[in-house]
Design a protein around this ligand. Structure first.
Ligand code: ATP
Ligand code: MG
Length: 591
């Protein structure tokens, strides 16, 4: 007896060990592969789903692990024994065995049915909890705004709605679970009663001994236990199946290119945008529409345009973050789609419009792209972006922890660190999206000097409306509604954009495209916008549209670039003279 108990205990222990080991391996393997896969997905795929969706995939890994190591896996191991017990009952008490034979398919049917019903209820519950989690994540990440504007009042009803929805779905799922587990329990009881009754009758008829009935009762308990569990555990199985399906879907989504055929050692930085079109949704107007831009290696080039004209999107296309629906981007004459993300990130530095930093030290944030970067490179980049002095002023210097998303730094400090991060590794091309939006005047002047120096060897493309930065630009491309409205030497275009008060255009402007861009935006709407009074513009627009005569403007630049009113028409460049356009968008693209 003792031996049997010890043996049983040892058997159970080793079964649990095996299952835990398998689950651990699966967890590590799937978790690691999922992380790799998610990082390899194109930005467009990642943006197509809310962040709660991607987070929940990692919970799916937990579901798979729990299913493999929990009661459902043990059940799978126990089920074959149920068949064995049924066979034994057939030998010991054939008179009652048929009861179990009938009940077995009924149990299986109930379990299967409960699985189907649970699948639908589970996915509804999951959707509502995802939507609730998204709201919470949004609220927490925007907590300063929520607090400052007391948006909690506006968010509460939204939260109440989503929370109530989630509770409702959860209760519904719970009641369905209860219904099916109660059906399972009732079926178990019916089976016991039927076995005992039919067994008693068989004993009276002397077709069965009392001992055989007792043995049958014991064995049917071992048989009914797993069958009963089958009904309740089917939910775990359904969860497991759904998780595996979702994970399978992600693993089947095409990744970005992971290997490139050719090695481009260190490109010179010549960028050619060839007839590129792109829209975020297939059924929407293109955000970037048949854009042609040729940027020679070296020099500082500007990209300007009104809010929403597609500047950031165009930078992301040049960066290879989005795949254009038409056209291509060439780096030194090579289509960038043949290169991997890490290669492109090494060659093209990027300062995004919204500077995102990560929890960690200042050093980590600046060199996280190049962990092998030397201290010299780190300090060079930090000095160039004007953040070095501020960093060494702190007690922990470069080891200072900046908090979640850099929350312990000011907006300008964050932006300077983001610029330093882009400078590390000497990229051939540097794309900066409104790099001075949070910088003070002095920092902006320092940035101007830095970019000017970098522009001697590298290609720098800046999206900016700062006269200080625009003054060092060699060429300028102005976008309007995703199309190139003006392009050419900054010296000629700047006065047309900023040389006079916006909205006063009365006479015909000319339009150019250095790349034979078709005349853009000749619509009456554009003309109307050109003439529209700027009073309706937002303050930010006004700041961008500030004519150089206002305090932020660079007097030297002004002296070099007198407005068109001061410039006789015959002094215009031949390119401009060659391409007379409609009453066009100089003022409208100036923002
Ligand atoms: N992730 C996105 N999904 C859908 N539409 C988007 C997305 N990002 C931008 N858009 C749309 O694309 C258009 C161009 O946006 P983009 O950010 O490129 O403009 P922008 O010129 O950089 O503007 P700003 O000066 O305000 O930074 C806008 O109309 C915007 O609504
Ligand atoms: Mg932008």
């Amino acid at each position: 007896m003792t031996l049997v108990v010890i043996f049983d205990y040892a058997l159970r222990q080793s079964r649990s060990r095996v299952m835990q080991t398998v689950a651990l391996r699966v967890d590590v393997l799937i978790g690691r592969n999922l992380f790799n896969k998610v990082t390899e997905l194109p930005l467009q795929t990642l943006e197509s789903q809310p962040s709660a969706h991607w987070q929940s995939l990692f919970r799916d890994v937990d579901t798979v692990r729990n299913a493999l190591s929990g009661a459902s896996a043990i059940l799978v191991a126990d089920l074959p024994f149920a068949i064995l017990f049924l066979g034994l009952i057939f030998i010991i008490a054939p008179a009652v065995a048929w009861v179990l034979l009938i009940i077995l398919p009924v149990f299986t049917f109930v379990a299967w049915r409960s699985g189907n019903v649970m699948a639908a209820a589970n996915s509804e519950e999951r959707q509502t909890s995802q939507s609730r989690d998204s709201l919470i994540a949004e609220m927490i990440s925007g907590r300063t705004t929520v607090k400052a504007l007391a948006l909690d009042g506006a968010m509460r009803p939204l939260w109440e709605d989503k929370h109530a929805d989630n509770i409702e779905k959860s209760i519904l799922r719970g009641s369905k679970t209860d219904t099916y587990s109660n059906i399972g329990a009732s079926l178990g009881m019916v089976t016991s009663i039927a076995v005992t009754t039919i067994g008693a009758i068989a004993i009276i008829d002397q077709r069965l001994t009392i001992g055989a009935l007792i043995a049958t009762n014991m064995l049917s308990g071992r048989l009914l236990g797993p069958l009963n569990q089958l009904v309740t555990q089917w939910r775990t199985y359904t969860n497991f199946k759904q998780s595996v399906e979702r994970l399978g879907e992600v693993f089947n989504t095409p990744s970005e290119r992971q290997e490139s055929e050719v090695e481009l050692v260190h490109p010179n930085g010549e960028i050619t945008v060839e007839n590129i079109s792109f829209s975020y949704n297939e059924d929407q107007q293109p955000v970037v529409d048949s854009v042609n831009v040729a940027i020679k290696a070296g020099g500082v080039h500007a990209l300007v345009g009104r809010n929403g004209s597609g500047k950031t999107t165009l930078l992301k296309l040049i960066l290879g973050l989005y795949k254009p629906s038409e056209g291509r981007v060439l780096l030194d004459g090579a289509d960038i789609s043949q290169f991997t993300r890490s290669e492109l990130a090494r060659w093209i530095g990027y300062v995004p419009q919204e500077c995102v930093l990560f929890a960690g030290s200042v050093r980590d944030n600046i060199v996280n792209r190049f962990p092998e970067a030397t201290d010299e490179q780190l300090i060079k980049a930090a000095t160039a972006s004007g953040v070095h002095k501020f960093i060494i002023d702190m007690p922990d210097g470069y080891a200072t922890e900046i908090g979640e998303a850099g929350s312990r730094l000011s907006g300008g400090q964050r932006q300077r660190i983001a610029i330093a991060r882009a400078l590390v590794g000497d990229p051939s091309v540097l794309l900066l999206d409104e790099p001075s939006s949070s910088l003070d005047r002095q920092a902006e002047q320092e940035l101007r000097r830095t970019l000017h120096d970098i522009g001697h060897e590298r290609t720098v493309i800046i999206v900016t409306h700062s006269p200080i930065l625009l003054a060092i630009c060699k060429d300028l491309v102005a976008l309007d509604k995703g199309k190139v409205a003006l392009a050419g030497p900054a010296k000629e275009i700047l006065p047309r954009l900023f040389g006079k008060a916006p909205g006063t255009t009365g006479r015909k402007e000319t339009q150019t495209s250095a790349q034979q861009q078709p005349a853009a935006n000749p619509s009456p709407a554009a003309a109307a916008r050109t003439a529209a009074p700027k009073a309706s513009a937002k303050p930010r627009d006004q700041a961008k549209a500030r004519p150089p005569s206002q305090p932020r403007a660079d007097p030297q630049a002004l002296a070099r670039n007198p407005g068109p009113a001061a410039k006789p028409a015959e002094n215009r460049s031949p390119a401009l003279a060659r391409n007379p356009g409609p009453a066009t968008t100089a003022a409208s693209v100036a923002g």
